[in-house]
Design a protein around this ligand. Structure first.
Ligand code: NAP
Length: 174
């Protein structure tokens, strides 16, 4: 599994159940990486999407503990066990964790690659992911040139799980 996220200078990723910034180049990057793939998200992230429905041209998997929750264009799973059972049928590299904070923080350790759009600004977030630079299991392997849009400068970073981390992840339950 891989993860894709946009984070600000304090690793903030959202405010009031919405994104921190509108960055067309980042939206394009997200689309290019996820089109035709499997996207995994929490119920709150789904409800922040236009029309509160799954993203087009992708297999949408949504995690909710509510057994009655349904969403157009989505497969809903109700537990971590059910999620991993569902994901087992897909090629790991075709699966993208797309948020929000609770899913990123719970599952990033299962991800081989982290595609992080790092915004060089404090955008007053109320939802955060952990500081990936402090996680010894991941190394920064790629960094784009800076891009500035709507007054925000950002870079596309790719972190890769190192071998030691890979071995530790294999010993986890799923
Ligand atoms: N910057 C980015 O790239 C990015 C991307 C995506 C989202 N976001 C932001 O992230 C924020 C939302 O994050 P969030 O943490 O509040 O919400 P979230 O992770 O999107 O969804 C949380 C919900 O997922 C379900 N869930 C989580 N863990 C579960 C488990 N183990 N078993 C069953 N269900 C589980 C629960 O749904 P039920 O309550 O239905 O049980 C929970 O309330 C928003 O601000 C959003 O804009 C940012």
């Amino acid at each position: 599994m891989n993860m894709i996220v946009a984070a600000d200078s304090r690793w903030g990723i959202g405010r009031d159940n919405g994104l921190l910034a509108s960055l067309p180049t980042d939206m394009k990057y997200f689309r290019e990486h996820t089109l035709g793939k499997v996207v995994v998200m929490g119920r709150k992230t789904l409800e922040s999407l236009p029309g509160k429905k799954g993203l087009p041209k992708r297999t949408n998997i949504v995690l909710s503990a509510n057994p009655d929750f349904e969403a157009e264009g989505c497969k809903v799973v109700h537990s971590e066990y059910e999620l991993f059972d569902e994901l087992a049928q897909y090629e790991p590299d075709d699966i993208f964790l797309i948020g929000g904070a609770s899913l990123y923080n719970r599952f990033y350790k299962y991800c081989r690659r982290l595609y992080i759009t790092r915004m060089d600004a404090d955008l007053d977030a109320d939802a955060f992911i952990v500081n990936i630079d402090e996680d010894e299991d991941y190394s920064l392997v790629s960094e784009s040139e800076p891009v500035t849009e709507n007054g925000i400068t950002f870079r596309f970073l790719i972190y890769s799980r190192n071998t030691e981390g890979l071995n530790r992840a294999r010993t986890l339950k799923f």
